[in-house]
Write a protein that binds this ligand. Structure first.
Ligand code: ADP
Ligand code: MG
Length: 137
Protein backbone atom coordinates (compact mmCIF):
# COMPACT_ATOMS: atom_id res chain seq x y z
CA UNK A 1 0.00 0.00 0.00
CA UNK A 2 1.30 3.48 -0.80
CA UNK A 3 2.11 5.70 2.17
CA UNK A 4 0.86 9.28 2.20
CA UNK A 5 2.65 12.01 4.13
CA UNK A 6 1.70 15.69 4.34
CA UNK A 7 4.84 17.80 4.40
CA UNK A 8 4.28 21.38 5.62
CA UNK A 9 7.70 22.95 4.96
CA UNK A 10 10.85 22.69 2.88
CA UNK A 11 12.81 21.53 5.96
CA UNK A 12 10.30 18.76 6.58
CA UNK A 13 10.68 17.70 2.96
CA UNK A 14 14.41 17.36 3.55
CA UNK A 15 13.75 15.32 6.70
CA UNK A 16 11.48 13.06 4.70
CA UNK A 17 14.32 12.58 2.23
CA UNK A 18 16.64 11.61 5.09
CA UNK A 19 14.09 9.09 6.38
CA UNK A 20 13.48 7.66 2.93
CA UNK A 21 17.20 7.28 2.25
CA UNK A 22 17.50 4.89 5.21
CA UNK A 23 15.14 2.53 3.40
CA UNK A 24 17.08 2.57 0.12
CA UNK A 25 20.07 0.57 -1.07
CA UNK A 26 22.33 0.56 -4.14
CA UNK A 27 20.41 -0.80 -7.09
CA UNK A 28 17.21 0.95 -6.04
CA UNK A 29 15.66 3.45 -8.41
CA UNK A 30 13.27 6.13 -7.19
CA UNK A 31 10.90 7.75 -9.67
CA UNK A 32 10.24 11.29 -8.46
CA UNK A 33 6.95 12.53 -9.88
CA UNK A 34 5.46 16.01 -9.55
CA UNK A 35 5.23 19.34 -11.32
CA UNK A 36 7.99 21.95 -11.47
CA UNK A 37 8.49 23.33 -7.98
CA UNK A 38 6.80 20.41 -6.26
CA UNK A 39 9.89 19.64 -4.21
CA UNK A 40 11.55 16.71 -5.98
CA UNK A 41 15.03 18.24 -5.86
CA UNK A 42 14.46 19.37 -2.27
CA UNK A 43 13.75 15.75 -1.28
CA UNK A 44 16.96 14.61 -2.97
CA UNK A 45 18.87 17.45 -1.29
CA UNK A 46 17.60 16.16 2.08
CA UNK A 47 18.89 12.69 1.24
CA UNK A 48 22.29 13.94 0.12
CA UNK A 49 22.78 16.26 3.10
CA UNK A 50 21.79 13.55 5.58
CA UNK A 51 24.53 11.41 4.04
CA UNK A 52 27.07 14.19 4.63
CA UNK A 53 27.01 16.05 1.31
CA UNK A 54 27.77 19.74 1.86
CA UNK A 55 28.27 20.95 -1.70
CA UNK A 56 25.40 22.28 -3.79
CA UNK A 57 23.00 19.83 -5.26
CA UNK A 58 22.30 21.27 -8.64
CA UNK A 59 18.68 21.71 -9.47
CA UNK A 60 18.82 23.30 -12.95
CA UNK A 61 17.57 20.94 -15.55
CA UNK A 62 20.55 21.40 -17.90
CA UNK A 63 22.53 19.20 -15.53
CA UNK A 64 21.19 15.88 -16.69
CA UNK A 65 22.89 13.80 -14.06
CA UNK A 66 24.85 14.50 -10.91
CA UNK A 67 26.69 11.81 -9.00
CA UNK A 68 26.78 12.36 -5.25
CA UNK A 69 29.70 10.30 -3.91
CA UNK A 70 28.38 9.64 -0.43
CA UNK A 71 27.84 6.20 1.12
CA UNK A 72 25.85 4.62 -0.40
CA UNK A 73 26.45 6.60 -3.58
CA UNK A 74 23.61 8.51 -5.20
CA UNK A 75 22.92 9.34 -8.81
CA UNK A 76 20.50 12.23 -9.24
CA UNK A 77 19.05 12.49 -12.74
CA UNK A 78 16.75 15.18 -14.05
CA UNK A 79 15.33 14.05 -17.36
CA UNK A 80 13.20 17.15 -18.00
CA UNK A 81 15.09 18.03 -21.18
CA UNK A 82 15.47 14.59 -22.71
CA UNK A 83 12.96 12.58 -24.66
CA UNK A 84 14.24 9.24 -23.46
CA UNK A 85 16.59 7.85 -20.84
CA UNK A 86 18.29 5.64 -23.41
CA UNK A 87 21.86 6.64 -24.24
CA UNK A 88 22.53 9.14 -21.46
CA UNK A 89 24.63 6.70 -19.43
CA UNK A 90 22.20 6.15 -16.57
CA UNK A 91 22.48 2.41 -17.08
CA UNK A 92 26.06 2.53 -15.78
CA UNK A 93 24.75 3.48 -12.33
CA UNK A 94 21.71 1.25 -11.95
CA UNK A 95 23.45 -1.52 -10.01
CA UNK A 96 25.96 0.45 -7.96
CA UNK A 97 24.02 3.59 -6.96
CA UNK A 98 20.71 4.65 -5.53
CA UNK A 99 19.22 6.35 -8.59
CA UNK A 100 16.88 9.28 -8.00
CA UNK A 101 15.09 10.30 -11.17
CA UNK A 102 13.04 13.44 -11.79
CA UNK A 103 10.66 13.35 -14.79
CA UNK A 104 10.64 9.53 -14.84
CA UNK A 105 8.08 9.43 -17.65
CA UNK A 106 11.20 9.63 -19.86
CA UNK A 107 12.21 6.22 -18.49
CA UNK A 108 9.52 4.58 -20.59
CA UNK A 109 10.76 1.09 -21.41
CA UNK A 110 14.11 1.75 -19.73
CA UNK A 111 13.21 0.61 -16.22
CA UNK A 112 10.26 -1.45 -15.04
CA UNK A 113 8.18 0.78 -12.74
CA UNK A 114 7.12 -2.31 -10.77
CA UNK A 115 10.74 -2.58 -9.59
CA UNK A 116 11.05 1.10 -8.72
CA UNK A 117 10.05 3.20 -5.76
CA UNK A 118 7.50 5.78 -6.87
CA UNK A 119 7.37 9.06 -4.97
CA UNK A 120 4.62 11.38 -6.14
CA UNK A 121 4.47 14.96 -4.84
CA UNK A 122 1.31 17.06 -5.07
CA UNK A 123 0.80 20.66 -4.01
CA UNK A 124 -1.43 20.83 -0.94
CA UNK A 125 -2.82 24.21 0.10
CA UNK A 126 -0.52 27.22 0.38
CA UNK A 127 2.90 25.68 0.97
CA UNK A 128 2.35 22.08 2.02
CA UNK A 129 2.96 19.08 -0.16
CA UNK A 130 1.29 15.69 -0.18
CA UNK A 131 3.84 12.97 -0.80
CA UNK A 132 2.78 9.48 -1.81
CA UNK A 133 5.43 6.79 -1.47
CA UNK A 134 5.03 3.44 -3.17
CA UNK A 135 7.81 0.89 -2.57
CA UNK A 136 8.71 -1.58 -5.33
CA UNK A 137 5.97 -4.14 -5.88
P1 ADP B 1 11.23 20.38 -8.22
O1 ADP B 1 12.55 19.70 -8.20
O2 ADP B 1 10.06 19.45 -7.96
O3 ADP B 1 11.00 21.21 -9.47
P2 ADP B 1 12.36 22.02 -6.11
O4 ADP B 1 12.65 21.09 -4.98
O5 ADP B 1 13.48 22.46 -6.97
O6 ADP B 1 11.17 21.39 -6.99
O7 ADP B 1 11.65 23.33 -5.56
C1 ADP B 1 10.66 23.32 -4.59
C2 ADP B 1 10.47 24.74 -4.11
O8 ADP B 1 9.34 24.84 -3.26
C3 ADP B 1 11.66 25.25 -3.32
O9 ADP B 1 11.87 26.60 -3.67
C4 ADP B 1 11.18 25.14 -1.86
O10 ADP B 1 11.76 26.11 -1.04
C5 ADP B 1 9.70 25.41 -2.02
N1 ADP B 1 8.85 24.79 -0.98
C6 ADP B 1 7.91 25.44 -0.24
N2 ADP B 1 7.26 24.61 0.57
C7 ADP B 1 7.78 23.38 0.36
C8 ADP B 1 7.48 22.09 0.92
N3 ADP B 1 6.52 21.89 1.83
N4 ADP B 1 8.20 21.06 0.46
C9 ADP B 1 9.15 21.23 -0.50
N5 ADP B 1 9.47 22.42 -1.05
C10 ADP B 1 8.79 23.50 -0.62
MG1 MG C 1 13.99 19.50 -9.68
Amino acid sequence: MPEVVVVPTEDKMKSLGADLLKRLKPGDLVMLEGELGAGKTTLVRGMAESAGWTEPLRSPTFNLMQEVPVTPPLMHADLYRVKSAWGIGLEDYLDSHICLVEWPDRLDGFFDPDNAWIVHIDFEGETARKVTIRPPL
